[in-house]
Write a protein that binds this ligand. Structure first.
Ligand code: TRP
Ligand code: SF4
Length: 333
């Protein structure tokens, strides 16, 4: 039997290069491998910290899925769906919450981080504490063997595995399987200001940006501070511009730039010009697809409805098994 892969993203709206090359490229790679693939919009997770902006979630969902498809995620090769359209996630979340020790939740590193970052008020709700339980439900309801995610999600998967062991031990049956992370091996992507590329820092380049906007952004991007004057040599490996060259520029040209930077025989202006040209060339097709998809939002909704129905059939079966296991009867089949 084919193994299952599943991953999800919170609907943050349009995706930037960090999202695309940090996560999505990995999802797309699996299209060529022999798995059942499930990718979903974690809109319920968005509510855990965003209830006050809940009206934005729908349009953010559509914009994000447009980027998925434009960048190359194929709706015919993957089950693409919306978490809140598959009710079984919510029901399993409730069942799992009965066996989840509160102490485990308080010990999840991202919990403490987020409380610190967002403040006590925004994170004082029960649903936010339960974030990893809902995430566990998302994964195990499809009996996913692998979950392509970034390193920041590894602790959540560790939590999921522990919860699976606990559940299976309670019911005395191997209802769920323990998922493994599939880490993305992509180079670090820095934003315009040299910090990590992030929507909230306002330092990102988007697939939805025009070629002109892209070039303008690259032009103001931080470079190696050693290169105050054009005659000062620099270290390309410590420059955010060069990190993007590593994704968008062919390897020979990269070597040439690296050496020229260290000898100050190339200026940052020229280096950036080459980069803008390469980014724009590489993204051109996806950007055109994006523009076409923008005009077909109904089609996006159809894909998500249809995918959610298919996902639901799979999720329903697992949920029935789980309930049979808990209550010791076959009431639910
Ligand atoms: N927590 C993930 C993130 O912030 C999103 C997510 C929710 C997820 N459920 C998931 C990822 C299940 C993988 C599998 O990016
Ligand atoms: Fe960065 Fe290029 Fe300038 Fe070197 S030449 S510091 S790699 S922008």
């Amino acid at each position: 039997m084919k193994q299952n892969i599943l991953s999800g993203m919170r609907p943050t709206g349009r995706l930037h290069l960090g999202n695309l090359y940090g996560a999505l490229i990995n999802w797309i790679k699996f299209q060529e491998e022999d798995y059942n693939r499930f990718y979903f919009v974690a809109d319920l997770h968005a509510l855990t910290t965003g209830f006050d902006n809940s009206k934005d979630i729908y349009s953010n969902t559509i914009e994000m899925v447009i980027d998925w498809l434009a960048f190359g995620l194929d709706e015919n090769k993957n089950t693409i769906f919306v978490q809140s359209l598959v009710r079984e996630h919510t029901e399993l979340f409730l069942l799992l919450s009965m066996i989840t020790p509160v102490g485990w939740l308080e010990r999840v590193p991202s919990y403490k981080d987020q409380v610190q970052q967002l403040g006590k008020d925004k994170t004082a709700n029960f649903g936010f504490l339960g974030y990893p339980v809902l995430m566990s439900a998302d994964i195990i309801i499809y009996k996913a063997s692998y979950v392509p995610v970034g390193v920041d999600q590894v602790a959540h998967l560790e939590f999921t595995r522990e919860l699976v062991r606990r559940f299976n031990a309670f019911v005395g049956k191997k209802v769920f399987i323990e998922p493994q992370p599939k880490l993305t091996k992509s180079p670090k992507i820095l934003g315009l200001d040299g910090r990590k590329m992030s929507k909230s820092y306002g330092n990102a380049i988007y697939l939805s940006d025009s070629e002109e906007e892209t070039s303008k952004k690259i032009n103001v991007m931080f470079t190696d501070p050693r290169r105050k004057r054009k005659t000062d040599p620099g270290v390309a490996e410590e420059c955010g511009v060069f990190m993007l060259h590593k994704i968008f520029t062919d390897i020979n040209k990269q070597k040439e730039i690296k050496s020229a930077c260290s000898k100050a025989t190339i200026g940052c202006v020229e280096c950036k010009k080459i980069l803008s040209k390469n980014i724009n060339a590489k993204l051109r097709e996806a950007r055109n697809r994006r523009k076409e998809l923008e005009k077909r939002k109904d089609y996006i909704v159809d894909i998500l409805r249809d995918g959610s129905k298919r996902a639901s059939t799979v999720a329903k079966k697992t949920l029935e098994e789980a309930k049979d296991g808990i209550f010791g009867c076959n009431f639910y089949r």
